[in-house]
Design a protein around this ligand. Structure first.
Ligand code: PEP
Ligand code: MG
Length: 589
């Protein structure tokens, strides 16, 4: 029953995992971690303090070990997440530096750890890549666990919650999330967290509705409050009115019906009723995510971001380590294509070197292909690994952040040298692979005709293209309201690139977030893009959307789109023309 004395409150957060749930709130108590005190340690007690820290780390390892052991088959696919946490426990920066800080500053272990974590956290936060930036959450989750072991506070045992509730927490670590019993917990919301956090990856795997990044949900929601969590639109409603309740119960039922249908149909081709075929691919960051692309009916991997392996080891990974991972992905997907994007980091983004960064504006600095061309030895190791993996399936190579023709020539020269060196050694490899470039810098759009002469495909990276053309830092909340894929400048750029690709007889793909949002599909279809790549969970609905549109209608639709002056006008046009299909597919109404 709704409480008629209190008003309905709506909170907006980040949609981390789609679906709707309605139920009573259960606040997860995280007391203990935030009330750490600082105190001095006598010289003679320092070794005891270090031992206390070591024991807490050991206990934390045991806890995580048990969680991995008890994880369901489904979650074991994401074992890398927990393994990352295990690695962090041994990490020199976290482990070694805390012990150094206890010794040097003669302070208690909890405080020393907090101090070290705040330095490491800010290092991660300065990274340009949002995925890597969010890894700071992993460090906080690991250190929170150690601190709870140090101060002796109970670790929340999510597995023991014995009511049908919705969890409300300041933050949930991936390990805690993985303990959720689906027959008990209906969904969860948190103050912290973002879309590419490991917690949201786990939530999507469990297919449990989740809204993260609400800032102060734990301050506003009380235990037993009736709440609605709409993970699809990132909204949480507290004390819903009867009317809202009825609306969401209906929406929930439709959503469940709809997902059952599109999941059943996800292995069908994405072909319009008038015969236009589009490939719908998955983006992955970790080799393990390949399973999710297959499960969601992906036609291949349109973007394999390769940064993670460079982040997770202290130096640079060896050719062998890279080859092993690439080969796994390529073999699992074969004969479907795997598009491996070469390293897209600035050199200082590896953990070992990150603290030494002295670039004032790294997003405009020695990033991606620029870094690789300046460091051909590091680059060649990756290129050799990719060419070797290409012997085991269908590989395409993709170069990020190209802004000039010279870069393409230089890159291809180094790729040839890498192939020649493998040839000389008599290695098993394949040099006959498609070569593509990311179109994510405005200069690349403008000289697309020149670039097209030297490559087999373009892949439009709208995440950066929007950032660089609209001059909006993609990670800056203050200007997020200006970040719009439907800005007429972006639509014109995408059209120009696709037109040039068609004229020059090469393929046009899109792998930025724009490709995975149903609202954009009429435009991308009307432009007749060859392939769209997105997070694996979006594949079934995008395929289903393509199957419900006629390409000949969307071609005409583009003419109207190009007459619009503002992003909001384009949005309105989409709503007016395709509103009914979208409400059915996005909101299931
Ligand atoms: C992009 O910029 O759109 C893209 C896909 O690359 P990333 O998000 O990895 O920068
Ligand atoms: Mg990019």
């Amino acid at each position: 029953m709704t409480n008629t004395n209190v008003c309905e409150i709506i909170l907006n957060g980040i949609s981390a995992s789609p679906g709707i749930c309605i139920g009573k709130a259960y606040l997860v108590d995280k007391e203990g971690v935030n009330v750490v005190e600082k105190y001095s340690i006598a010289e003679t007690d320092i070794q005891d303090e270090i031992n206390r820290f070591k024991t807490a780390v050991k206990n934390t390892k045991n806890d995580l070990g048990k969680i991995i052991e008890n994880a369901t088959e489904e979650l074991r696919r994401h074992a890398y997440i927990f393994e990352t946490h295990m690695v962090l426990l041994n990490d020199k920066m976290l482990y070694g530096k805390t012990i150094d800080t206890i010794k040097k500053e003669r302070i208690n272990a909890e405080w020393a750890l907090k101090k070290v974590v705040s330095v490491v956290k800010s290092m991660f936060r300065n990274m340009t890549d949002p995925y890597l930036r969010e890894r700071s959450a992993d460090i906080v989750h690991v250190s929170d666990r150690i601190i709870r072991n140090l101060v002796g506070t109970e670790i929340v045992n999510i597995a023991e919650i014995d009511k049908r509730v919705i969890l409300v927490a300041h933050d949930l670590s991936p390990a805690e999330t993985s303990q959720i019993q689906l027959e008990k917990i209906k969904g969860f919301v948190t103050d912290r967290g973002g879309k590419s956090s490991h917690t949201s990856i786990i939530a999507r795997t469990l297919e449990i509705p989740a809204v993260l990044g609400l800032d102060d949900a734990t301050g506003i929601i009380k235990n037993d409050d009736l709440i609605i969590v709409d993970g699809t639109s990132g909204v949480v409603i507290i004390h819903p009115t009867e009317q809202t309740l009825v609306k969401f119960h209906r929406r929930k039922a439709r959503y469940e019906e709809y997902t059952a249908v599109i999941t059943r149909e996800s292995h069908l081709q994405a072909e319009t009723p008038d015969g236009f075929h589009m490939e719908v691919m998955g983006n992955i960051e970790l080799p393990e995510e390949v399973v999710s692309v297959i499960d969601h009916g992906g036609d291949g991997i349109g973007l394999y971001r390769t940064e993670f392996q460079y982040l997770s080891c202290p130096g640079f990974p060896s050719e062998h380590e890279l080859f092993d991972k690439y080969k796994d992905v390529v073999e699992v997907m074969a004969p479907k294509p795997v598009t491996i994007r070469t390293l897209d980091i600035n050199g200082n983004k590896t953990v070992a070197n990150a603290l030494d960064s002295d670039e004032i504006n790294p997003v405009l600095g020695l990033r991606a292909i620029r870094y690789c061309l300046k460091n051909p030895d590091i680059f060649k190791i990756q290129l050799r690994a990719i060419l070797r993996a290409a012997a085991f399936g269908n590989v395409r190579i993709l170069f990020p952040m190209i802004s000039s023709y010279d870069e393409v020539l230089e890159t291809k020269k180094i790729l040839n040298e890498a192939a020649d060196s493998l040839d000389k050694e008599g290695a098993v490899f394949n040099r006959d692979i498609e070569i593509g470039i990311m179109i994510e810098v405005p200069s690349a759009v403008i000289i697309a005709d020149i670039l097209a002469e030297s490559v087999d495909f373009f892949s439009i990276g709208t995440n950066d293209l929007i950032q660089y053309s609209l001059a909006i830092d993609r990670g800056n909340k203050e200007v997020a309201y200006l970040y719009h894929p439907l800005h007429p400048a972006i639509i014109r750029m995408v059209k120009h690139v696709t037109d040039v690709a068609r004229d020059k007889g090469i393929k046009a793909f899109m792998c930025g977030e724009m490709a995975g949002d149903l609202i954009h599909i009429p435009i991308l279809l009307g432009l007749e893009m060859d392939e769209l790549s997105m997070n694996p969970q979006s594949i079934p609905s995008v395929k289903s959307m393509i199957r419900s549109l006629k390409v000949k209608d969307t071609r005409l639709f583009i003419k109207d789109v190009l007459k619009q002056n503002r992003a909001m006008d384009v949005m309105k046009l989409i709503q007016d023309t395709y509103g009914s299909i979208l409400s059915e597919k996005v909101y299931n109404e």
